[in-house]
Structures are given as C-alpha cells and as structure tokens.
Design a protein around this ligand. Structure first.
Ligand SMILES: C[S@@+](CC[C@H](N)C(=O)[O-])C[C@H]1O[C@@H](n2cnc3c(N)ncnc32)[C@H](O)[C@@H]1O
Ligand code: SF4
Ligand code: SF4
Length: 361
C-alpha cells in the first residue's frame, strides 16, 4: 500500500514547448515539433486542470507558467484570470522577447510575479549570444524599465525578478547583475547553475531517461573546472551581498553547495538526495504530468484527477527512482531547496574548510 501522504509544493504549467529564441543552453527550440500547436491543451482544458488542482489543494497555492515561451500563448491572461478567481496565485517565466505590446496587459493581469531571464548586464553580447538572437538584451532591458515605470504609475504590486544562468562567459556579470537589481529596485534575482542543454527538451519528443545511469557530459565537466576558482570567489561575494541586504533568492545553503559543486561536482553528487518526487508536479503542454522533468510521465491531467496521479503506482516508482538519481540537476533551484535537509552537514563543513584553504593559497 502507498505510504506517501504529502502534497506537491511546486506546480508548473509548461503551457507550450514553442519558443522564438535559440538559446545555446536549451534544446526546446530545436525539438518542438512543427505540429505541436495543434496538440497543446486548449484554454478550456487548462481551466479544467486548474479546477481539479483547486479542488484537491484548496486555495492559496502558487503555480508557475513556463515553457517554451509562455507569452506565445495569448490565452495566458485568460488562464491567469481564471486561476485568480479560484484563489490560486500565479508566477510566470519569460524571455521578454515578444512582450513589448503586452506591458500594460501584464501589469493589469492577475500574474503576481514575473521572472525575466537575463544572463548579463554590462556586456549585451554575452546575453544575446547565450540566447541565440541579436537584440534580445535590448528587449529585456526595455521590458524591465517599462514594467517598472507602469508598475509605479498604476501602483501595481506585480513582482519583477531576474533569473540568471551561471556559465563561464558570464561569470564577471554576476555581481554587476545583483548591483543592477538593487539600483533599479527590482524585487530580486535568482541564479541557476548551467545544466545539460539536453535536459531542456521539447516534451513531445522526450522519452524519459534512466537517470541513475546518467553521467555528466565531459564538455560540461571541463567548463565547470575551468571556471571553478573564479566562480567560488564570486559566490563568496554573493553570500556577503545577501548578508548586506541585496535581494538574492538562492538560500545560503544553496550558495555554499554551489561552491562545493564547483570545487568538485562529485562531492555534491554523492551526498545529496533528490526530493522532487515528494514536491514537484509539472504539467506539460499536452497534459502529461511528471514529478521529475527528466523522467517518464506518471499520468495525464486530462484523463485522471491530480490526487490519483500523485498517489498512483507510476508516481510511487518514480519517487523511488528520484531518491537514487545521480544527475546533477539536483542543484537547480527548483530541485535543490527541498533537499538540503538530506545533505550531510559535517561533510559540508569539511568541504567548505577545504575550499577556504585552497582560496587562501
Ligand atoms: C526553459 S526556460 C522557459 C521560460 C522562458 N522561455 C525563459 O527562457 O525564461 C526557464 C529558465 O531556464 C533557464 N535555462 C535554460 N537553459 C538552461 C540550462 N542549460 N541550465 C540552467 N537553466 C537553463 C532559462 O534561462 C530560464 O531562466
Ligand atoms: S531557455 Fe527559454 S527562451 Fe531559451 S530556448 Fe529555452 S525556452 Fe526558449
Ligand atoms: S536529480 Fe532530481 S530532477 Fe534531476 S533527473 Fe534526477 S530526479 Fe530528476
């Protein structure tokens, strides 16, 4: 019999696999099939999913629209309105490339928190090259400036946040990005470690994977090694800045774990357990539900109640697999924060002391 009785804390609606960018870190734009739009759940189907979740979880839970680029679906506002009418709170991710005609609409909408992806501030080329489209940086900066202005005029409570991936080319941009956030009274910034681009894959072609057999690609391992010393110094500075009151969303524990990861990825990989199976409920554009975005679906929200999916045999098996999983996406924001309790703290102290000694040399 199933002994698990928790409920999900992190609910994601990936409403489309489509995207107009060509990010070098992501494979969604390459893998979304051409007829994908015909297979995406309709607004009515998403509303039914929202009603089912509300009936199960009650009012007040948060979910996040993501993708692909969620603002490629014009009905995102209708879905946000509907979710709000049910007492559900809504956040959304965006690359901010196609939202220039939507600023007023976003500020007036029921989306309460907008997370804008930005990978550099002093050098626009770094952002544009990471996103694969010239002019992307200018659009993000325009979106931030205009949304901040409209927010003030309308006295809107919309939260604006920055989401930044950390990779070798942008390591000198990390501290200036925090300074930019503070100077411009943006609500906050969160940093992501660079993950394998194959993890960010169109769901229509995703077959799931045997995560316990997975090895970090050598190319990525070399990237991490080459940036390690500087990355550790930068993260130390982030910790100081967070203590001084800059709005950095990553927890101190995650920042410390990132340092250990840069020093030797295997130290983390052998010492934390992934807890996504107990916390995550991610719905893809076709209604398939996953507890881990890299694994096979555990059910489809169009056909089955979410509470039945959450406790079915596939979910139970998936939970067992996630506990054994050796992939390093445990370090990603959406996966890490739940499992710090599983990390061996005395081992962590030893690692931090070792890193401090290396840095002092
Ligand atoms: C997959 S995107 C979807 C939402 C939207 N298209 C965007 O880019 O903001 C969600 C977040 O994942 C980040 N991301 C993309 N590739 C990544 C990678 N290889 N490792 C870590 N984060 C990545 C993006 O920068 C973005 O902040
Ligand atoms: S990271 Fe976002 S913007 Fe970039 S290709 Fe992937 S889905 Fe599109
Ligand atoms: S580490 Fe966690 S999120 Fe990543 S593949 Fe394994 S189970 Fe999934």
């Amino acid at each position: 019999m199933n002994q698990f009785n928790g409920k999900p804390q992190q609910i994601t609606f990936d409403i489309t696999d489509r995207c107009q960018m060509q990010c070098v870190t992501c494979s969604k734009w390459k893998t979304a099939a051409s007829d994908v739009i015909n297979r995406e759940m309709t607004a009515e189907e998403w509303k039914e999913a929202l009603t089912k979740l509300r009936n199960w979880l009650g009012e007040g839970f948060w979910f996040c629209f993501s993708g692909g680029e969620p603002f490629l679906r014009p009905d995102i506002f209708e879905l946000a309105e509907y979710a709000h009418s049910l007492g559900i709170k809504i956040a959304s991710m965006t690359n901010a490339f196609g939202i220039q005609n939507l600023y007023e609409k976003i500020a007036d909408s029921k989306i309460e928190s907008l997370n804008i992806s930005l990978n550099a501030i002093n050098n626009p080329l770094i952002h544009d090259e990471s996103r694969g489209r010239t002019g992307s940086y200018d659009k993000v900066i325009d979106a931030i400036r205009e949304l901040q202005k409209i927010k003030k005029e309308k006295n809107s409570s919309l939260g604006i946040n920055i989401a930044t991936i950390m990779f070798p080319e942008n390591i000198e941009e990390i501290i200036p990005l925090v300074e930019f956030v503070t100077r411009n009274k943006i609500n906050g910034i969160m940093f992501q470690l660079l993950d394998d681009k194959e993890s960010f894959h169109g769901y229509n072609v995703q077959k799931g994977c045997q995560t316990s057999l997975y090895k970090m690609p050598q190319e990525l391992r070399v990237k991490y090694k080459n940036m390690a010393k500087r990355a550790i110094e930068v993260i130390d500075r982030l910790i100081e800045m967070k203590r001084a009151g800059h709005s950095i969303y990553n927890s101190y524990e995650q920042l410390e774990a990132m340092k250990i990861f840069f020093n030797n990825p295997d130290d983390i990989l052998n010492n934390i357990i992934c807890d996504v199976g107990s916390t995550n409920f991610a719905i893809d554009p076709y209604g398939d539900v996953r507890l881990c975005f890299n694994m096979e679906p555990v059910g489809n929200i169009k056909e089955t109640l979410p509470e039945e999916i959450w406790l079915n045999e596939k979910s139970e098996n998936c939970r067992k697999m996630t506990k054994k999983c050796k992939m390093y996406c445990r370090m990603l924001n959406c996966n890490f924060k739940h499992n710090f309790a599983n990390f061996n703290k005395s081992f962590m102290r030893k690692c931090i002391n070792k890193i401090t000694r290396i840095l002092k040399r």
